[in-house]
Design a protein. Structure first.
Length: 124
């Protein structure tokens, strides 16, 4: 795994005891805000949205602000976003998953990143 997908699959926090449906995450999600150790991250001047697209077959596509594309796999177990190809890594915690927002919390060493995504289209 490369870049963000690898980063997401290599970090974890102890999150609340929630269980999220994998069906609800299916679709394309655009990053709307991010906090690094509680400080808002300013996005560079780019026309490219940072996004994840979760597919029904368990595949995920990440598009960076530079337009770079990374592909991987995912499953949701309880409140964890897991890369099944690298099960030995800890996982990203899902703080919230609704039809209107996806909030992920990741940790690497002492750093914490909280990212809020919104769906591209209505997720009825």
């Amino acid at each position: 795994m490369l870049g963000v997908i690898g980063y997401l699959s290599s970090v974890s926090l102890n999150a609340q005891d929630n269980y999220f449906s994998q069906d609800l995450i299916i679709g394309k999600w655009i990053l709307k805000s991010a906090l690094f150790n509680g400080t808002k991250i300013a996005f560079g001047a780019t026309d490219q949205d940072i996004s994840f697209e979760f597919l029904i077959d368990g595949k995920v596509v990440f598009i960076s602000s530079e337009g770079e594309i990374e592909r991987g796999n995912f499953v949701i177990k309880e409140n964890k976003l897991i890369d099944p190809d690298v099960p030995e890594y800890p996982n990203a915690d899902i703080l919230s998953l609704t039809k209107n927002a996806l909030v992920l919390l990741i940790k690497k060493e002492e750093d914490r990143v909280k990212m809020t995504f919104e769906p591209v289209a209505d997720k009825n």
